[in-house]
Design a protein around this ligand. Structure first.
Ligand SMILES: *Cc1c(COP(=O)(O)O)cnc(C)c1O
Length: 425
């Protein structure tokens, strides 16, 4: 291909490339298995000596096509789909961390990820230090330990709406010889491409804007191919020394820039099995085909809603990084100048009780445990997604107990505002 295609074109044309006489639309390979002529051929696939499909837990053509579209959108070198965003973040970390290791993560992250890192991975013997993402570099520096293996943050935090200073986090990670993993779920590659700012691995909950219609839970891990695992071989023996479970293959030697994703697939997916179903991957692909149209509309509507709320007497505060004057407006202008996301948060002067009463009166906006849907939706994190956190942990995660998370859809903004108005009144 001569000229690099624009993201708009990749949304439509990326991934599935039909050959002569093949289906125009991405087919759903609803098959657990694939047939071979000789036993020898199948053996070579098991040995990773040849590329090919043999069992859907390890690879499936529908999933591969969708992963390669997301890979192209992010500007990466290899990608894999997972059953959920949770699985994507778990694999991204477990692929390079084992018992006795440590990670540094921004404290302002999704509640589920925070539980994964500080509760469940701890049981695996992996420790996590949460840091204030806005702290000066010297301060965050203190969180690093000799056994630190990765740094993690969200490009736009859910639900805190903190914009990550990706370059600062990349500098810190690289100074310590470890990769930066960025969860780019809220910004999507349409608005932000973390690899261009030094991130090494990108993860997604494709459940959100990528699917966009609240149809299927899914995740994705994308590798930039830029991190030099061999230069820090002592830290990443899983990638740079023989894998006995695969006849002694050394992933970096055999697979080069595809080492990280090949290991995650051949080892973690083989053993843990959190695959995305081909049916869901098909639905995800339909969502991706309009991502470049939906995301700008979400942002445009969210800005109008944020401006409306800002003008209300009964609204105590509004957070939206796309709004001039917001604490993260400048960082957003740098990392995502085209727009941020469709999610805004705000608090009512009446606090927690008023939030519940207000939400019950909304008609168009539905109370759902979801964001980034084409339909406007609303949630009270302290009572719902972040229910497991105590007040101190809530503040650390950037979640005010009065916070209402409002996910602005792609309906007519005037109708969304009219719904807010009648509920507030
Ligand atoms: C929703 C979400 C996740 C978890 O994804 P699931 O698909 O629900 O498992 C992870 N990170 C972020 C930023 C999210 O918004």
């Amino acid at each position: 291909m001569e000229k690099k295609q624009s993201l708009d074109t990749i949304c439509i044309q990326g991934g599935w490339q039909p050959k002569n006489g093949e289906a125009r639309v991405l087919p759903i390979y609803q098959s657990t298995t694939f047939k071979y002529e000789t036993s020898e051929q199948m053996g070579r696939l098991f040995d990773l000596e040849e590329n090919g499909y043999f069992y859907t837990r390890l690879a499936n053509p529908t999933n591969d096509a969708v992963a390669s579209k997301i890979c192209a959108l992010e500007g990466g070198t290899a990608a894999m789909l997972t059953s959920s965003g949770q699985a994507a973040n778990m694999y991204a970390v477990l692929n390079i961390c084992s018992e006795g290791d440590h990670i540094v993560s921004a404290a302002t992250i999704y509640g589920g990820t925070s539980n994964l890192f500080t509760v469940t991975l701890k049981r695996f013997g992996i420790q996590c230090t949460l840091v204030d993402p806005d702290a000066p570099e010297e301060e965050i520096e203190k969180a690093f330990q000799p056994n630190t293996k990765a740094v993690f943050g969200e490009s736009i935090a859910n639900p805190a709406l903190v914009v990550l200073d990706i370059e600062k986090f990349a500098r810190l990670a690289h100074r310590h010889g470890v990769p930066l993993i960025v969860d780019n779920t809220f910004a999507t590659p349409i608005n932000c491409r973390p690899f261009e700012w030094g991130a090494d691995i990108v993860t997604h909950s494709t459940t959100k804007y990528m699917d966009g219609h609240a149809m299927s839970v899914g995740g994705c891990v994308v590798d930039s191919g830029n991190f030099d695992w061999d230069a820090h071989g002592d830290k990443f023996p899983g990638l740079t020394t023989p894998d006995e479970s695969y006849h002694g293959v050394v992933y970096t030697k055999k697979f080069g820039k595809a080492a990280y994703i090949t290991k995650a697939t051949a080892q973690l997916m083989r053993d843990m099995g959190s695959i995305q179903s081909p049916q869901n991957a098909f639905l995800l692909n339909v969502g991706l085909e309009t991502l470049h149209l939906r995301v700008p509309r979400h942002c445009e509507n969210a800005k109008r809603v944020a401006e409306y709320l800002k003008g209300r007497e009964d609204v105590a505060w509004v957070k939206y990084p796309g709004l001039e004057g917001d604490k993260y407006y400048e960082l957003a202008q740098k990392y995502m100048p085209k727009g941020t996301c469709g999610v805004i948060s705000f608090g009512l002067k009446g606090g927690r009780a008023a939030a519940a009463a207000f939400m019950d009166r909304l008609k168009l906006a539905a109370i759902v445990t979801h964001v980034a849907d084409a339909r406007t939706s609303v949630l009270h994190p302290a009572s719902h997604t972040h229910r497991q956190l105590n007040d101190e942990q809530l503040v650390e995660a950037g979640v005010d107990p009065s916070m209402i998370r409002f996910s602005v859809g792609i309906e007519d903004a005037a109708d969304i505002i009219a719904d807010l108005e009648q509920a507030l009144d």
